[in-house]
Ligand binder design. Structure first.
Ligand code: COS
Length: 381
């Protein structure tokens, strides 16, 4: 399929592929086994300027186009979506600053992210506030020139590894979603600590940790937007970032199809390669069709966002939901094509199947995506 990528996008794709093949592939099994955070690969991503793809030129990025980011994440995730998430999670953590930060905040925090010197993380979820993001309990009480943050965030991607955290807390608990505010909190701030590192099913090279705020003093200059805008900032961030999860899912699915197609030509049963059997061909054909349909939707969404439209919650939720469901299906089918070998760790498809699952869950479960799609859709009638 011809998607008419620009010369820049072709170059980003090539660099991402090179990093994925040469740097990530030899490490992925070990990092998955030992849940190692990929600092070594992050260094290469920084040297090859991949972090700059996330940001506009004025903050030392390459333009910050969603389509560029999608092309990059797809290529990286084709090999290892967990390693790629060091970059993707930084995008998610950085977007609140990009979308609602002041000039000073952007100038201070964005260039080190563009250079890959500092990672970022997005801290919204809590033990009792996942899908119900408005139900957060972390508080931020204003005391003079500071807000004092108290509470615990859960399942934070890049937690403990990142230097810059965008944190959502209640400044007016009685006002519900209108009482939440967003803050930039730096690692090392007194009282800001990290809890246990989660032991996960998939994306094991990505660190997921608790963040603990115990009377953490955050200067008023670190409020994003204004008090009370926190929930809106979180929602806008997720609208912008969900295509990243979609592209991650797309990459996982493509990686799984690559493995399955290759294997089907090598594996012989009944004196023939299994690719000669129509039951296998049908599976490969369906896998390929679904991936291309997902890719078309993800790319179309990215281009829609880049065109400057103001509202894209529905499209963003659609591509995340569709591509992640496709990724789960395709990786499960890839394991099936490889049969017993697919179930063993010596082939990468069982890992891809484990990795795919999270894309249906994080940045909003696919049940929440369908809710977002339906509520926006019904407004059109
Ligand atoms: N952009 C801007 N504003 C938005 C918005 C969006 N995409 N979505 C909602 N809002 C605004 C609404 O307009 C409303 O504003 P007012 O108070 O001015 O009316 C406010 O936010 C509250 O919206 P709503 O009533 O729809 O909030 P709910 O509590 O019902 O929550 C869902 C809506 C379920 C969609 C939200 O909680 C959600 O996205 N949950 C999933 C969270 C998530 O993705 N977690 C993963 C974290 S990162 S791994």
């Amino acid at each position: 399929m011809e998607y008419f990528l620009t010369e820049e996008q072709k170059e980003i794709k090539n660099i991402a592929r090179q990093v994925a093949e040469e740097k990530m592939k030899p490490l992925r099994e070990e990092y998955d086994e030992n849940a190692t955070f990929p600092w070594e690969v992050v260094k290469t991503m920084a040297q090859t300027d991949l972090f700059r793809v996330l940001l506009p030129e004025e903050y030392e990025g390459f333009g910050g186009k969603v389509m560029d980011m999608v092309v990059m994440m797809e290529e990286l995730s084709r090999v290892d979506s967990g390693i790629a998430l060091a970059l993707g999670g930084t995008g998610l953590g950085m977007y609140p600053i990009l979308l609602n930060g002041s000039k000073e905040q952007k100038e201070k925090y964005l260039p080190p992210i563009a250079a890959g010197e500092k990672l970022a993380a997005f801290a919204l979820t809590e033990a009792d506030a996942g899908s119900d993001a408005g139900g957060i309990k972390t508080t931020a009480e204003k005391q003079g020139d500071y807000y004092v943050l108290n509470g615990t965030k859960q399942w934070i991607t890049n937690g403990g590894e990142a230097d810059i955290y965008t944190v959502f807390a209640l400044t007016a608990p009685s006002k519900g979603t209108r009482g939440a505010s967003a803050f930039i909190v730096e690692k090392g701030t007194e009282g800001f600590d990290f809890g246990k590192k989660e032991n996960k099913m998939g994306i094991r090279a990505s660190t997921t940790r608790e963040l603990i705020f115990d009377n953490v003093k955050v200067p008023v200059q670190n409020v994003l937007g204004r008090e009370g805008m926190g929930f809106m900032i979180a929602m806008k961030t997720l609208d912008k970032s969900r295509p990243m999860v979609a592209s991650q899912a797309l990459g996982i699915a493509q990686g799984a199809l690559d493995e399955a197609a290759k294997y089907s030509k090598e594996r012989h049963q009944f004196d023939k390669p299994i690719s000669a059997f129509q039951s296998v061909q049908n599976m490969l054909a369906d896998m390929s069709m679904k991936i291309e349909a997902a890719r078309s939707l993800v790319y179309a969404t990215a281009k829609t966002i880049d065109s400057g439209v103001r509202k894209y919650s529905k499209e963003s939720a659609m591509c995340k939901c569709y591509a992640s469901d496709v990724a789960m299906e395709i990786t499960t089918d890839a394991v099936q094509v490889l049969g017993g070998y697919g179930y063993m760790k010596e082939y990468p498809v069982e890992k891809m199947m484990r990795d795919a699952k999270i894309t249906q869950i994080y940045e909003g479960t696919n049940q929440i995506q369908r809710l977002v799609i339906a509520s926006n859709l019904l407004k059109e009638y």
